[in-house]
Design a protein around this ligand. Sequence first.
Ligand SMILES: Nc1ncnc2c1ncn2[C@@H]1O[C@H](COP(=O)(O)OP(=O)(O)OP(=O)(O)O)[C@@H](O)[C@H]1O
Ligand SMILES: [Mg+2]
Length: 305
Amino acid sequence: MNTLNHFATPQLELLHRGKVRDSYRAPSGERLIVVTDRLSAFDSVLDTPVAHKGAVLNGLAAFWFDKTKHIVPNHVISLLDPNVTLAHEAEPIRVEMIVRNYITGSMLRGYQQGQRSFSGVTVPDGLTKHQQFPEPIVTPTTKEESDREITPESLVSEGWVAADLYEQMQVKALELFNFASSWMAERGIILVDTKYEFGLLDGQLILIDEIHTPDSSRFWSAEDYARNPGAVEQMDKEYVRQWLIANKHDGQYPRALTPEVSAEATRRYLDIYERITGSPLPIGDGDVRTRLVGNLVRAGIMKEA
Ligand SMILES: Nc1ncnc2c1ncn2[C@@H]1O[C@H](COP(=O)(O)OP(=O)(O)OP(=O)(O)O)[C@@H](O)[C@H]1O
Ligand SMILES: [Mg+2]
């Protein structure tokens, strides 16, 4: 199979199965993050994987972790396979640092109902759909069963994070966002919003999880935005979402994509990768799982099955 929908092995302890990524404990105690080709839309994971999506996401995160390590150190130890990152296990800070430069999504819905204060940030009256803010804003949420908007003061008073650490996270999040926004703007992409997660490694603040991927961010094409800001769509997933909407039956979205739709989704992910990094994603046509296991065996993390 040319795709990776699921990866499981009795040889490694599963730490966490997310919608898209499966995390394992490496024998050394480090964290192995396997980015699969699963795609989640409308809060559920489709039955059909999207070829190369995992490698695009893992590759983009690796690209950005490397490009931004002068701003803040991060958890990456090495890329063991196009779909796998070996990372330091950090003590996670249970806060999502969301940075936004345009009003859209859940925030737009709140704004249209009259909300003006978001996680302690007051935004001006009179913003129109998808308008840019005067400057990027940070709207943190807690990381719990159901994430909630929270002010920095409450994050501290409720014990989610110490005040001085939060201050550092805020400064770093904005620096990362501005750095990536300029890079992408030069390549015709708008970084609309994104989220960062931080952790502590030997007492030092580091960036964990993923960074500036289509799963943790919204990307718009600058050209589409200039044409019609109110109608601009996410570069990666919107196409799949629209297809799901158009093919709804009895109030249910399809569980699977047709081969054509899946291939078009792949094309879009590969295009984003190439536009951002400047090089096409190297792709082989072999079996992804075989390659992956081979790479983990070579790294001494798995034994030949
Ligand atoms: N280096 C790290 N050290 C410790 N924890 C980490 C590290 N990197 C990521 N994590 C944590 O691992 C988890 C990864 O979860 P993942 O994103 O795969 O799924 P999820 O967030 O539970 O659900 P969803 O798939 O809906 O995002 C997150 O809780 C993240 O904070
Ligand atoms: Mg997550």
